[in-house]
Design a protein around this ligand. Structure first.
Ligand code: BGC
Length: 375
C-alpha cells in the first residue's frame, strides 16, 4: 500500500513538473494545416496553409500570389497579434492589393521604361507604373496561382509553393520554374527560401512584400517603430523612383539608420517618405543582418537576415485611408512599413550593380529570415 502511494506521489510530482515547464500559452502543437480559401472568378480553388509553432505563433499562406495572409506573433506578455496588413478574404486580395504579403517577381522593384538588353536582344516588359515596370508587371507573381504542398522537416513546419512562368510572360524571356518555401520554427523565425531555373537567359529578382506593423495591423502608424538598417550606402533615385546610378553615403542624412532611429523622426525631411534601396554592409550571397525593428508598446522586435545585397525600405507612403483591411481596420498613410530584401532596382540597366542574370543550367537561390522576440 505504501509503495502504491509513493508511486502515485511520484507520478503527480512528475506531471506537475512537466506542465510547469510549459508556458501558459504553449498548448499549441507544431503543425501545418490546409483549408480552402475561396475561389478565383474563373473558379480555381485557392488553398490556405496555416503553420503553427509551439508558442502559438501562426503564419497563414495562400496559393494565390504565394501571399502571407497573416502572421501572429507574441508581444512581451505572450499575447498574439497579427502584425501584417491585408484582407480577411480572397476577394479583397483579388480586387485591390498593393502587394500586401505578396511574393513579388519575376523582377521585384522597378525597371526603367520596362526595357533591358540581354545577350544583344532587346526586351520590352509591361509598363505598369507610369512608363516603368514595377514588381513583375500587370500580372506578376503576386497574382498568379501557385501549387502548394505541406513541408515538415526536423524542427520546422512549412509550405512549398511552385509556379512555372511561361516564356514571354509579362515580356520576360525563358520558361522560369520557381519555388518559394515558407518555414516556421519553434524559435519564432519565419524563413522564406526561393529557387528558380530557366531554359533561356533571363533576369530575376524575387522578394517578400509584407507591410508590417509590430503593434498589430491597423493599430496606428509605424512612425514610433525604432529601425536599424545595416547599410552605410543607398541608391538615390529620380522622380520616377529609378536609381540614378549613383551610390551615396547615408552619413549625416535622414537616410542614416545605421544606429536605431524612429521611422518618424526625420521622415518629413525625405520627399515623399522613405522608398529607397539600401546597400547592405555584407557580401552578396552571404546570409547576414539586414535590419532590426523595435516597437516599444508591444515590445516586439523583428530582425531580418538575408542573402540578398540590398533592401528596399518603403514606409507605406501611398496608403491613404482608401483601403479597409482585416477586421475592418482602415489603412492610412504610414500604417505599415516594408523591408524587402532584394537586388537593386533597375539592375539590368546598371552594369555596376550586382548581376540579376540567370542562365540555363544555373540555379537562382535566395533566402531571407524574419526572427521575432520581445524586449
Ligand atoms: C515600392 C513602392 C511601391 C510599393 C507598391 C514598394 O516596394 O518601393 O514604390 O509603391 O512597393 O505598393
Amino acid at each position: 500500500m505504501k509503495r502504491i502511494k509513493y508511486s502515485l506521489c511520484l507520478m503527480l510530482l512528475l506531471t506537475a513538473l512537466i506542465s510547469c515547464q510549459k508556458s501558459p500559452d504553449s498548448k499549441a502543437e507544431m503543425n501545418v494545416q490546409k483549408e480552402p480559401f475561396g475561389k478565383t472568378p474563373d473558379g480555381t480553388e485557392i488553398e490556405l496553409y496555416t503553420l503553427t509553432n509551439y508558442n502559438g505563433m501562426k503564419a497563414r499562406i495562400m496559393t494565390y500570389g504565394a501571399i502571407l495572409v497573416s502572421l501572429k506573433v507574441p508581444d512581451r506578455n505572450g499575447k498574439l497579434a497579427d502584425i501584417t496588413l491585408g484582407y480577411d478574404d480572397l476577394a479583397g486580395y483579388i480586387k485591390n492589393n498593393p502587394y500586401f504579403g505578396a511574393t513579388v517577381g519575376r523582377y521585384a522593384n522597378r525597371i526603367a521604361k520596362g526595357q533591358f538588353t540581354l545577350d544583344g536582344v532587346e526586351y520590352q516588359l509591361a509598363q505598369n507604373d507610369g512608363e516603368n515596370h514595377l514588381h513583375g508587371g500587370a500580372r506578376g507573381f503576386d497574382k498568379v496561382i501557385w501549387k502548394g504542398e505541406p513541408v515538415k522537416e526536423g524542427n520546422t513546419v512549412g509550405v512549398k509553393l511552385t509556379y512555372l512562368s511561361k516564356d514571354g510572360e509579362e515580356g520576360y524571356p525563358g520558361n522560369l520554374l520557381c519555388t518559394v518555401v515558407y518555414k516556421l520554427t519553434n524559435e519564432n523565425t519565419l524563413t522564406i527560401s526561393y529557387e528558380a531555373t530557366t531554359d533561356k537567359a533571363t533576369i530575376i529578382n524575387l522578394t517578400h512584400h509584407s507591410y508590417f506593423n509590430l503593434a498589430g495591423q491597423g493599430n496606428g502608424d509605424i512612425l514610433n517603430h525604432e529601425l536599424m538598417i545595416n547599410a552605410d550606402k543607398y541608391t538615390p533615385v529620380d522622380k520616377g523612383l529609378i536609381p540614378t546610378g549613383e551610390i551615396r553615403s547615408v552619413k549625416n542624412t535622414p537616410m542614416d539608420f545605421t544606429t536605431p532611429h524612429t521611422i518618424g523622426s526625420r521622415i518629413a525631411e525625405v520627399e515623399g517618405g522613405y522608398d529607397h534601396n539600401y546597400i547592405l554592409n555584407k557580401d552578396p550571397g552571404v546570409m547576414g543582418l539586414v535590419a532590426r525593428v523595435f516597437e516599444p508598446t508591444s515590445g516586439r522586435v523583428m530582425e531580418i537576415y538575408s542573402t540578398e545585397p540590398g533592401v528596399q525600405f518603403y514606409s507605406g507612403n501611398f496608403l491613404d485611408g482608401s483601403i479597409t483591411g482585416k477586421s475592418g481596420k482602415v489603412y492610412r498613410k504610414y500604417y505599415g512599413f516594408c523591408l524587402e530584401p532584394q537586388h537593386f532596382p533597375d539592375s539590368p540597366n546598371e552594369p555596376q550593380f550586382p548581376s540579376v542574370i540567370l542562365n540555363p543550367g544555373g540555379k537562382f537561390k535566395s533566402e531571407s529570415i524574419y526572427k521575432f522576440y520581445t524586449k
